[in-house]
Design a protein around this ligand. Structure first.
Ligand SMILES: Nc1ncnc2c1ncn2[C@@H]1O[C@H](COP(=O)(O)OP(=O)(O)OP(=O)(O)O)[C@@H](O)[C@H]1O
Ligand SMILES: [Mg+2]
Length: 262
């Protein structure tokens, strides 16, 4: 993972100002390399979701540029934009599954970007896609649920379906916006373990927003700290000492989290 390698995500002087004047991101310059497991931390409102959603252009930035694997997503249009987005899988806190559909159908929607709208509208996915969907479910240990309805599953299982859906997309990058915020501690570990395995076995670059400092330390290879839209920390997990975390969060929050942990 040497720094000579070309970054897979670069933020170049990125600013985001919301229409109401809130500065979501302030002059961000970040390079993320293939295979990294980056965790973005910061207080509520720090700009974590804004940063993540800028990467696949769910949010438009106001100035600067974001480059994905050598291609500017900021300036891409039409087919080129779709092709860049296809390389980026996304996982949400609320899972975003089609509740009344089967697990298989949900995972197959990860393939939509590869086919014509007409075919996928009628559910006409090739056999290889179904195999890929099944394989993706195996990776998150959910193969036995392939024909279950999504809303019959537990929260943790639903999140693993959404991971399988993102995997079926065959992306180079995974973005996850607080993927475990609504899960209990044991399920949280399972979902984070799945992400770690996907990162290590498939080499997919992962960027995750998390509230928990403990989880960030356990799973990340690199921590990015935001405060009021600004980069206030960027380094390996080992360098994210209590003092640096205090700079990101303020002293009170760290002490409160330690109390909860005890
Ligand atoms: N659509 C919007 N319009 C105006 N301001 C917004 C909008 N979305 C977010 N903001 C503001 O931008 C800043 C960053 O918000 P963002 O959602 O990125 O924070 P976050 O770090 O993800 O917070 P949380 O931990 O609560 O999810 C906040 O001040 C927020 O109020
Ligand atoms: Mg957020």
């Amino acid at each position: 993972m040497g720094n000579s390698e070309k970054p897979i995500i670069s933020f170049k002087n990125v600013n985001k100002v919301y229409p109401n004047g809130t500065q979501g991101l302030k002059d961000l310059n970040i390079e993320i390399h293939p295979g990294e497991f980056v965790i973005v931390v910061g207080l509520s409102g720090a700009g974590k979701s804004t940063m993540l959603r800028s990467i696949n252009r769910l949010h438009e930035i106001s100035s600067g540029e974001i480059v994905i694997d050598g291609k500017s997503i900021t300036h891409a249009k039409g087919k080129n934009l779709r092709l860049i987005r296809r390389d980026i899988g996304m996982i949400f806190q609320s899972f975003n599954l089609i509740k009344r559909s089967t697990v298989l159908k949900n995972v197959l929607t990860g393939r939509v970007a590869y086919h014509s709208t007409f075919k996928t509208f009628f559910g006409l996915f090739p056999k290889e896609d179904k195999e890929l969907a099944y394989e993706s479910l195996q990776r998150v240990n959910l193969a036995e649920k392939v024909y279950a309805r999504a809303d019959e599953l537990s929260g943790g299982q639903q999140q693993r379906v959404s991971i399988a859906r993102a995997l079926a997309q065959r992306p180079k990058i995974f973005l996850a916006d607080e993927p475990v915020a609504s899960l209990d501690p044991i399920t949280t570990e399972k979902v984070m373990d799945d992400l770690k395995r996907i990162n290590q076995d498939l080499g997919i670059t992962i960027v995750v927003n998390l509230h928990s400092v403990a989880l960030a330390r356990e799973y990340g290879t690199r921590i990015i700290g935001l405060r009021a839209g600004e980069l206030v920390f960027d380094g390996p997990v080992e360098e994210a000492t209590d003092e640096t975390l205090q700079a990101i969060y303020g002293k009170e929050i760290i002490e409160a989290q330690e109390e909860v942990a005890q």
